[in-house]
Design a protein around this ligand. Structure first.
Ligand code: ADP
Length: 488
């Protein structure tokens, strides 16, 4: 089968979150199963230097495809990014739309023409596929590519080749839906009868993700628990009704992680290597981490609590803020890495300024430091309000860094509560979205940390868990087969 991935992010080219990790890893796994796989990405400014030196100049697979808008047309060059790990990459080039410093907009916000940018991308992928190969299945991701299924069943419904292509939409985060003014309908040349509540309209907005949910043949999301959660008002962000209507076609497939990049036995970012059989190197990683954060003379009894995150409301740091002073009194230090909403950045800065011996924060995006935190911390804190899958807690397991998480979405699916009596479990979970619940669970974790022998058992339990891509890849292949069968 030929599968085309269309996405707005992909490691190593462009990343703002977990979506990029998935699109960076899953296609190669699908190719390993014997399928032909192609990935289309927008040619953002940051991607150019990655591909230009390699091939001297941009190599065009297709010089120009045309995407018509209401009063004008735009043209996309389709750049051949070559093959990696059995996967063919193409980049959709439009200097006016994609040659910008950010993927979606400045300071975590949106560019005003994002409807045009991603509407253009969706249609350019379809036009490119007509020349470079129409797949059995288009696998699209989140709102940015949510219009591909819509185009296929409306604008291209009578196209002799595209009409047979099936679609799978994966929802990585239902809170980001791509909401735009009603006039987007006309701008993207859709018929007005698409702008109704049972199709792309949501409270008088044109909703990209909803269009994908309504028109895709099969739907997936990134954990079992989140597949249930998004069918409720709390997590569905007004899409719960339409998602419930498609429950029979919606499947939760837990993300895998790429152990080629995330394994303390081989990780090139670490001061020392270690594994479940020989944990000695983790001590050096802890010392290296504390040094990187300027924390001195931290006793062995103090648990190092790591945080690596987008600083977004979703991630639950408001409940950390509510107990910040109490936390700072405990036998712990906090090392936090992240960027995002100004209010949360302010909280972290202020917290660290008040407690320079115990709380340290670095406000930036730093891949290498993220690895050092995974390796050097004792506990990894993810108090998310909601979490579709979450990757850092899965990395933490592998690094023997015990996750302390709120039981939601993928956090609930991947972390099993530690039972000291039986010696089973992999981490600590709290349930209510409440600072008191977090504090109680933290107390439990800190108490457990004092018992080194059982703590080592807890670390090893987590390190033995496997969340590689082979199982999820097989599950996706089943979904592709089902989508193609229904369309065929
Ligand atoms: P989300 O996609 O909601 O941001 P995930 O846990 O699925 O959350 O994925 C987050 C990814 O982004 C992880 O790979 C994590 O290491 C990385 N990440 C987030 N913030 C930073 C940062 N400031 N520096 C380095 N990596 C980060």
């Amino acid at each position: 089968m030929h599968i085309v991935f269309a996405a707005s992010e992909c490691v190593p080219f462009a990343k703002t979150g977990g979506l990029a990790d998935v699109v960076g890893a899953l296609p190669a796994e699908i190719a390993k199963l014997g399928h032909q796989v192609t990935v289309y990405l927008p040619l953002y400014a940051r991607i150019r230097p990655r591909i230009e030196p390699k091939i001297g100049q941009l190599a065009y697979a297709v010089r120009s495809v045309t995407v018509p808008f209401r009063h004008y047309s735009r043209f996309a060059g389709i750049v051949d990014g070559g093959k990696q790990n059995g996967v063919q990459f193409y980049f959709v080039e439009s200097q006016e739309l994609f040659d910008r410093p950010e993927l979606y907009g400045p300071n975590g916000g949106d560019y005003p023409d994002n409807a045009e940018r991603f509407g253009f991308f969706c249609r350019a992928v379809l036009e490119a596929a007509k020349q470079l190969g129409v797949p059995e299945v288009f696998h699209v991701h989140d709102w940015q590519t949510g219009l591909i299924p819509v185009y296929l069943r409306t604008t291209y419904a009578a196209d002799p080749v595209l009409r047979h292509a099936a679609t799978v939409l994966t929802i990585h985060n239902a809170a980001y839906q791509g909401l735009f003014p009603p006039a987007t309908t006309e701008q993207l040349l859709f018929p007005w009868d698409l702008f109704t509540m049972d199709k792309v309209e949501q409270y008088d907005r044109f909703n990209f993700l909803k269009g994908g949910v309504v028109f895709a043949d099969q739907l997936t999301t990134v954990s079992h628990r989140y597949a249930e959660e998004i069918q409720t008002p709390e997590f569905g962000w007004h899409l719960e009704g339409v998602l419930r209507g498609r429950a029979a076609d919606l499947r939760g497939i837990l993300n895998g992680v790429d152990y080629g990049h995330w394994d303390p036995a081989t990780d090139g970012n670490l001061a020392a290597h270690y594994s479940a059989d020989d944990l000695e190197g983790k001590r050096a990683c802890r010392a290296d981490l504390l040094h990187a954060f300027g924390l001195n003379a931290v006793p062995d009894s103090a648990a190092v609590v790591g945080i690596v995150s987008r600083f977004a409301t979703q991630k639950g740091f408001d409940i950390v803020a509510a107990i910040g002073e109490e936390m700072a009194k405990q036998d712990l230090v906090v090392v936090a890495l992240g960027t995002g909403e100004p209010a949360l950045e302010r909280f972290f800065r202020g917290w660290a300024e008040r407690h320079p011996q115990k709380i340290a924060v670095q406000i930036r995006y730093d891949e290498a430091l993220a690895h050092k935190i995974e390796a050097g911390a004792d506990l990894f804190l993810m108090p998310s309000r909601y979490e579709p899958c979450g990757l850092n807690q899965i990395y933490s397991l592998k690094y023997g860094t015990v996750p302390l998480v709120r039981a939601t979405g993928g956090l609930d699916d991947t972390i099993e509560e530690w039972d000291a009596k039986k010696g089973t479990g992999t981490g600590f979970k709290f349930y209510g979205y409440d600072p008191r619940d977090l504090l109680e669970e933290l107390d439990r974790a800190l108490a457990a940390f004092q018992h080194k022998k059982s703590w080592t058992r807890l670390m090893r339990n987590g390190m033995a868990r496997e969340y590689g891509w082979d199982k999820p890849a097989r599950e996706y292949a089943e979904v592709y087969a089902e989508a193609a069968r229904r369309r065929g």
